[in-house]
Write a protein that binds this ligand. Structure first.
Ligand code: NAG
Ligand code: NAG
Ligand code: NAG
Ligand code: NAG
Length: 418
């Protein structure tokens, strides 16, 4: 009896201290991020640039799980700075979800953040010389199902003292001319990029230096600046590059891999390349030669970095990206255009843009707002879910930690996209 009690009484405690992933299924270097767990819940209730109930206000303090009772376009003037220990659960927004438009977002120092199902679209009104998403320092971050586009400098850029970051099931698109960059991924602290689409960037799709795992991604219509740029300078790199798919588009005039050197140590496997821009998927797996990968230092075994749960073939990765990448719970017209019209043209469609408010993109909106479900206690979990799952719809109990180690609200938000 006594022994039994030890087990049952200790179980909730053990579960909460044992590492649980950021969300069920989280993978890669950033998978242990805890987000806002243990903190409070903030419900975003309007689309204002600032002030009570706004997204900017929500992420201005640490230890918050941020949910949305509104959907639509949040047009920002100044950049938004994300605080540490925050879970941004964009999947809770009704309608077509949330697009943050007009400037970029800084995650520098945003340790322990989880960001899911949100669109960050910078655009020509953003600060000159800045990225759509920038991380200059910090550790433990997951970006999952994030659509990021229209950076004026880089689009999604990690450069500096940054460790343990995952970018999964995301879209990194249309870096604006004249720089037009996917982004730097430069850190020795570990970045995993899984099942993500890089599309319509002149160069840096991405540019990698340091510790990186690049698996099951799609790169479409990179430009003359290059696709995957391997190092390109001093400083050692140790990278896995596995089961990706590279499809040339109208702007592509280069091999998918360029600028490698002897410092770029890499394990490559099963990367598929379709160079002919003929409208059908009829490429081949790149042989492990410096012709194909540039002058890198090939490794015979994979670096033991945290891996994907399921390794897809390159063509399955394409199908997966088509169905899932970006803020895909309800895709906006931009992501739909990029994927269905451009990527699926297999080489025929793709373009350079300097101004995303012009055709064929025509700007970031409209984003339909939808209606949030009834939430009597305003704790972020709708009444129906609370009744079905044994929490109290009349008491704000969403921040409490449940027996599986997640906060009640995390169990709700994660169930929306299970
Ligand atoms: C949001 O912005 C609108 C329009 O400027 C304003 O009327 C409203 O008071 C703002 N809401 C809050 C909570 O500040
Ligand atoms: C990154 O994660 C690994 C594995 O969880 C851990 O050993 C390492 O200390 C982390 N690095 C930093 C800087 O947090
Ligand atoms: C790359 O690898 C393939 C074999 O998979 C080969 O046909 C091709 O000629 C290689 N070199 C270049 C420059 O494409
Ligand atoms: C959207 C955009 O700016 N795309 C750029 C990236 O790719 C092409 C290829 O060179 C560039 O010309 C585009 O400007």
């Amino acid at each position: 009896m006594k022994f039994l009690c030890y087990l049952t009484c200790l179980l909730p405690f053990l579960v909460s201290v044992l590492a649980i992933p950021a969300f069920p299924g989280a993978e890669g270097f950033g998978a242990q991020s805890t987000g806002g767990r243990g903190g409070s819940v903030y419900v975003v209730t309007n689309l204002n640039d600032s002030g009570a109930g706004s997204f900017r206000d929500a992420v201005s303090q640490s230890h918050r799980i941020v949910v949305f009772a509104v959907g639509g376009l949040i047009t920002i003037s100044d950049r938004i700075v994300i605080s540490p220990n925050v879970y941004i659960a964009g999947q809770t927004a009704p309608g077509q979800g949330i697009t943050v438009y007009g400037n970029g977002v800084s995650y520098s120092g945003a340790d322990n953040t989880i960001t899911r199902y949100i669109r960050y679209r910078m655009g020509t009104t953003g600060d000159s010389g800045k990225d759509a998403i920038t991380i200059a320092n910090g550790q433990n971050m997951v970006f999952d199902h994030v659509s990021v586009s229209w950076g004026r400098d880089e689009t999604f850029s990690i450069n500096g003292d940054v460790s343990n970051v995952t970018i999964s099931d995301s879209i990194i698109a249309q870096g604006l001319e004249t720089h037009s960059c996917g982004g730097l991924m430069q850190t020795t602290g570990g970045v995993s990029i899984f099942r993500t689409l890089y599309i319509d960037n002149q160069t840096r799709n991405p540019k990698v230096k340091g510790v990186n795992d690049f698996t099951n991604n799609v790169v479409y219509n990179w430009g003359g600046g290059g696709g995957y740029i391997a190092g390109d300078s001093d400083g050692p790199s140790e990278a896995n590059i596995m089961n990706n798919i590279f499809i040339s588009g109208p702007s592509t005039s280069q091999h998918p891999f360029t600028r490698g050197n002897a410092n770029f140590h890499t394990f490559v496997s099963n990367n598929y390349y379709d160079p002919d821009q003929d409208g059908t998927l009829n490429g081949f797996v790149l042989a492990e030669t410096t012709d194909n990968y540039s002058d890198v230092d090939f490794q015979s075994t994979r670096y033991p970095y945290p891996s994907v749960n399921t390794l897809l073939s390159p063509t399955d990765a394409l199908n997966h990206v088509r169905a899932n990448a970006g803020a895909s719970l309800s895709r906006d017209h931009v992501d739909t255009y990029l994927i269905e019209t451009e990527m699926m043209s297999f080489g025929k469609v793709g373009a350079l843009i300097t101004n995303p408010t012009q055709a064929p993109i025509n700007g970031p909106g409209p984003i339909s707002g939808g209606t949030a479900p009834v939430d009597t206690d305003k704790d972020g979990i709708p009444d129906d879910y609370e009744k079905a799952h044994g929490t109290n719809p009349n008491v704000a109990d969403s921040a409490q930690i449940a027996s599986n180690g997640y906060a009640n609200i995390e169990n709700y938000v994660n169930s929306l996209v299970a």
